[in-house]
Ligand binder design. Structure first.
Ligand code: ADP
Length: 402
C-alpha cells in the first residue's frame, strides 16, 4: 500500500550545520530525510529516489538552489516535486524562480521558525501521500475498467458465437426436416397408391415384377432415411467424443470392391461407370465399419455430384500407408470452398439442387483422423473432384475421434 511507504524529503544545503538543524526540525517517524551538500549530489539522489519534497538552499557555491530547481523542472522524473527554497534574502526574491507552472514552490526565510517549517513540511507530506493514494485508486479504477472491457469483449464474442450456433442449428433443423421428409413423403405416396389398388380389388399392380420394383424403391428410401439418421447420430457421437474406433485386420481392396458391387445398381441408375484399380490385397489394422463408411461416402458423393460421368477409384499401398483416391468428372468444387466442405453443415450446392446435410465429409474426416490418417481434395470447378484418403497400415491403435 503506497501510504504505508516512508515518505522521502530531500534537503540541499552546502553548510552541514544547516542541514542538521533542518533535519532536526522536520524529523518524523514516517519520513526519511536525505541530505545533499551540493546541487550535483542532490541530482544524484533525485534520480535515484522518489521525493515528496525538496528543500533547497538558494545560496550555494557552484549550482545554486534556483539552478537546481530549473534542472528539476526540466527533467521528467523530478518535474512535479514541490520545492521549498530557503533564503536569507527578503521576500522580493520570491519570484526569482520562474518554474511555477510545473509544480508547487514555496519559501522559507532565515532565521527559520520551527513551527512554520514543520507545518509547511506537513502540508507537502500530506499532499504527497494523498496524491499517492489517489494515484493508486486511479490505477485500480483503470485496471477494473480494463478488466470490464475485456469481459465485455468476451461476452460480445460469446454472444456472436451463440447467435451463429443458433443460426446453424435453425438451418440444420430445416434442412434435416426436409431431408427426412422427402423419402417419407415418397413412401407415403407409394402406400396410398397401393391402398387405392387394394380398395378397387385390382391386383394388376401386384405382379411379382412390380412388387420387386416396389420393394427396391422402398428399400432405397429407407436406406436414405437410415443414412441421414446414422449421420446425425455420428455427429452427436463425435461431439461427445464417443466415436470410437474398433480396429481389426482386414483387406481394404476387398472392402472397396464389395462397396462398388453393392452400389452398382445405383451407380448405373445415375449413369456412372466405375473403374476400379487395386494392386492386390491391402491389409491393414482399421475399423471395418468406419472405413466402409468412408468409402461409401466418397463413392456416393462422386455419384451425386458426378453428373453421370465416369468415376475412377484407385487403391495403392506403400511406405506403410494405404491410399484410396475417388475421382469423378462432375461439377467440381471451386478452390475457395475446398477447405470448408470438411466442416459440419458446410455445403457448396443448395439443397434444392442436390439434397444433403453437409455432414458426410465431416464424419469422413473425423474417422480418417481417428485412424491417424488424412483426407484432401483436388478439384476444379466444372472439371470434377478427386478425394484422396491416406491411412497408416497399422491404423492408430490407441485413438478415438474425439
Ligand atoms: P452433403 O453431400 O450431404 O451435402 P458432404 O459433407 O458429403 O455433405 O459434402 C459437403 C459438400 O461438399 C457438398 O454439399 C458438396 O457441395 C461438396 N461435395 C462433396 N463431394 C463432392 C464431389 N464429389 N463433387 C463436388 N462437390 C462435392
Amino acid at each position: 500500500m503506497p501510504h504505508r511507504e516512508k515518505t522521502r524529503i530531500l534537503l540541499v544545503d552546502d553548510v552541514p550545520e544547516n542541514l542538521l538543524a533542518l533535519e532536526a526540525l522536520i524529523r518524523r517517524d514516517d519520513v526519511v530525510v536525505h541530505k545533499a551538500a551540493s546541487g550535483d549530489a542532490a541530482l544524484e539522489l533525485l534520480l535515484a529516489h522518489d521525493f515528496a519534497l525538496a528543500i533547497l538552499d538558494v545560496q550555494m557555491p557552484g549550482m545554486d538552489g534556483f539552478e537546481l530547481a530549473e534542472f528539476m523542472r526540466g527533467t521528467e522524473k523530478t518535474k512535479h516535486i514541490p520545492i521549498v527554497f530557503v533564503t536569507a534574502g527578503g521576500r522580493e526574491l520570491n519570484y526569482a524562480f520562474k518554474g511555477y507552472e510545473s509544480g508547487a514552490v514555496d519559501f522559507l526565510h532565515k532565521p527559520l521558525d520551527a513551527h512554520t517549517v514543520k507545518s509547511k513540511v506537513n502540508v507537502f507530506v500530506d499532499l504527497y501521500r494523498q496524491s499517492k493514494v489517489l494515484k493508486h485508486q486511479l490505477e485500480t479504477l483503470e485496471r477494473n475498467r480494463q478488466e470490464q472491457e475485456a469481459l465485455l469483449q468476451e461476452l460480445t464474442e460469446t454472444q456472436e458465437e451463440l447467435r451463429k450456433a443458433i443460426t446453424i442449428r435453425d438451418e440444420f433443423m430445416s434442412i434435416a426436416s426436409h431431408e427426412l421428409k422427402t423419402p417419407l413423403t415418397s413412401l407415403k405416396l407409394q402406400i396410398q397408391l397401393r391402398q387405392r389398388y387394394l380398395k378397387k380389388g385390382d391386383a394388376s399392380a401386384f405382379t411379382i415384377d412390380k412388387i420387386a420394383k416396389m420393394v427396391e424403391s422402398d428399400d432405397r428410401q429407407i436406406q436414405r432415411l437410415i443414412r441421414l439418421i446414422d449421420d446425425m447420430l455420428d455427429i452427436s457421437r463425435i461431439r461427445s467424443g464417443r466415436l470410437t474406433v474398433h480396429p481389426a485386420t482386414f483387406d481394404l481392396s476387398e472392402l472397396v470392391r464389395d462397396v462398388v458391387d453393392r452400389f452398382s445398381e445405383q451407380l448405373a441408375a445415375a449413369g456412372c461407370t466405375v473403374t476400379l484399380t487395386v494392386p492386390g490385397p491391402v491389409v491393414g489394422y482399421w475399423d471395418h465399419f468406419r472405413v466402409e463408411q468412408v468409402v461409401i461416402n466418397l463413392l456416393t458423393n462422386a455419384m451425386r455430384y458426378g453428373a453421370g460421368k465416369p468415376v475412377t477409384i484407385v487403391l495403392e499401398a506403400g511406405d506403410g500407408r494405404a491410399r484410396l483416391s475417388v475421382r469423378d468428372e462432375g461439377i467440381g468444387i471451386a478452390e475457395e470452398h475446398q477447405a470448408r466442405i470438411f466442416q459440419q453443415f458446410e455445403r457448396v450446392v443448395s439443397a434444392s439442387q442436390i439434397g444433403g446435410l453437409g455432414l458426410g465429409l465431416y464424419i469422413v474426416d473425423q474417422i480418417v483422423r481417428a485412424h491417424g490418417g488424412s483426407i484432401r481434395v483436388e478439384s476444379a470447378l466444372g472439371k470434377g473432384s478427386t478425394f484422396i484418403v491416406e491411412l497408416p497400415v497399422e491404423g492408430n491403435r490407441a485413438s478415438d475421434a474425439s
